[in-house]
Design a protein around this ligand. Structure first.
Ligand SMILES: CC(C)(COP(=O)(O)OP(=O)(O)OC[C@H]1O[C@@H](n2cnc3c(N)ncnc32)[C@H](O)[C@@H]1OP(=O)(O)O)[C@@H](O)C(=O)NCCC(=O)NCCS
Length: 144
């Protein structure tokens, strides 16, 4: 298994993991559009030639980053990959002097909320109808 930066050739794999794991439907071009902004904020874990987990983050202020997407292939969950990716993402943030990381999670996604709490995130507020299907989001924040 290898943790590394995203490369354009990973696009199909990342798209597949995202489609299977995340309820939000993302425009496929979003993935490549993100690359020029902060390539180091796009991390993947590859196993046997296939991407099985990824995190995509962006810088959204001088000292602030946002996690846009984090997903682990169903068959690889509960094995620490999500934690590994998030910690590596924090390291990349540290190199850029980022002091805060935020993200939104579905109000119904209790497993993910617990996962982020273990990683030091706390709830800032509920964001009404954040998702395209009308579900509320929970805004989480972590100080680095
Ligand atoms: C949320 C998600 C990214 C977590 O990734 P993961 O690799 O399964 O998480 P980890 O293995 O690093 O788990 C960390 C902790 O959560 C627990 N955990 C998380 N998911 C688990 C699962 N499916 N089965 C068992 N334990 C799980 C682990 O036991 C671990 O706890 P510990 O540190 O006390 O032992 C992953 O479950 C996922 O892709 N979910 C669907 C997509 C999603 O909800 N993304 C987040 C949207 S914002």
């Amino acid at each position: 298994m290898q943790l590394r930066h995203f490369q354009n050739r990973d696009l199909a794999d990342v798209w597949q993991v995202a489609s299977e794991s995340l309820r939000e439907r993302y425009d496929p071009t979003l993935f490549t559009q993100l690359v020029p902004f902060w390539p180091d904020g796009l991390l993947v874990i590859e196993d046997m030639g296939r991407v099985v987990a990824f995190v995509f983050g962006v810088m959204s202020g001088v000292q602030h980053a946002r996690v846009l997407m984090l997903a682990v292939d169903r068959n690889y969950r509960g094995a620490g990959l999500g934690t590994l990716l998030t910690q590596e993402f924090f390291r990349e943030c540290g190199k850029k002097g980022i002091r805060q990381v935020s993200l939104e999670v579905r109000a119904s996604n209790i497993a993910a909320q617990r996962f982020y709490q273990r990683l030091g995130f706390f709830t800032v507020r509920r964001v009404s109808k954040y998702y395209s299907d009308g579900e509320d989001g929970i805004l989480l924040l972590r100080y680095l």
